[in-house]
Design a binder for this molecule. Structure first.
Ligand SMILES: O=C(O)CCC(=O)C(=O)O
Ligand SMILES: [Fe+2]
Length: 261
């Protein structure tokens, strides 16, 4: 990735809440990751809560060598550095999200859990996911969907969806027109195996159902950065962030409040 391309990808991540980087994992490493995730999925009990995510299997990079190698993949570090996202650290967990053949769509949701904290206003990404796709995705087998800009801009859908990844979302009605509906601003993001999608935890996203006869697996790692203004940021810093006591603690919530404008 060139410096110019890195800057463009960062700008897109800041503006839209996501970006797509092609061809990050080479074929031999992909084959290893496919084999290892298939093995883990085949031996995991799939509780009913997993119906919409397909699977939500958390694997520690310390316990599993292949997943550890993914979290420390030098190519990904190079990409983050070239994008100027030098101060992100991985959480240490890889989440295996695999839609089985015939699996339903995943509901619209966002994954930010600190909406009481003024840092929610950050114009820069603060918590991001790195999603590596192990197979090509398209409309048919469950590609990613996203509503650009919703990490910073409130839309009616924010108030119409269930809070993500807890009972009312796990067992939401497939006929719910908001959770599983189409949205005029939604963008589909089909990718190739080995591609990387970087997303801001605050952005509204979903996935299509898997109508193919093969599982659609992605490996997702959360990454966080410190509560400082990043070096790449040259724009204004919102007042509530400037006034935030560095050691303040806020009760976690997935429900956007006054810090989503
Ligand atoms: O499976 C996907 O495509 C996305 C999964 C996701 O966003 C989640 O589990 O929070
Ligand atoms: Fe998500």
């Amino acid at each position: 990735m060139t410096k110019e391309e890195g800057a463009r990808k960062r700008e897109q991540l800041i503006r839209d809440g996501y970006c797509h980087i092609e061809g990050v994992l080479p074929e031999d490493f992909l084959a290893t990751m496919r084999e290892e995730s298939d093995r883990l999925l085949d031996s995991a009990e799939h509780p009913p809560e997993w119906q919409y995510q397909g699977s939500d299997l958390h694997v520690s990079g310390q316990d599993n060598e292949a997943m550890g190698n993914l979290l420390e993949w030098p190519g990904a570090r190079d990409i983050l550095n070239t994008m100027g996202l030098t101060d992100f650290t991985p959480s240490g967990i890889v989440i295996i999200l695999s839609k089985p053949a015939g699996g339903p769509p995943l509901y619209w949701h966002q994954d930010w859990m600190a909406w009481n904290d003024p840092i929610s206003l950050a114009p820069w990404p603060q918590t991001i996911f790195l999603s590596y796709y192990l197979v090509d995705t398209d409309f048919e087998n469950g590609c990613f969907r996203v509503i650009p800009g919703t990490h910073r801009r409130r839309i009616p859908l924010h108030g119409q969806v269930e809070v993500a990844h807890q009972e009312t979302a796990y067992f939401a009605d497939m006929k719910d027109p908001h959770m599983f509906g189409d949205h005029t601003d939604a963008v589909d993001l089909p990718v190739k195996a080995g591609d990387l999608v970087i997303g801001d935890a605050r952005v509204l996203h979903a996935a299509r159902g898997n109508n193919s006869d093969r599982r659609r697996t992605l490996l997702l790692g959360w990454h966080n950065r410190p509560l400082t203004v990043p070096d790449h940021w040259t724009g204004e810093v919102p007042e509530p962030i400037l006034n935030r006591p560095p050691d303040a603690r806020y009760e976690g919530t997935r429900i956007p409040g006054k810090y989503l404008e």
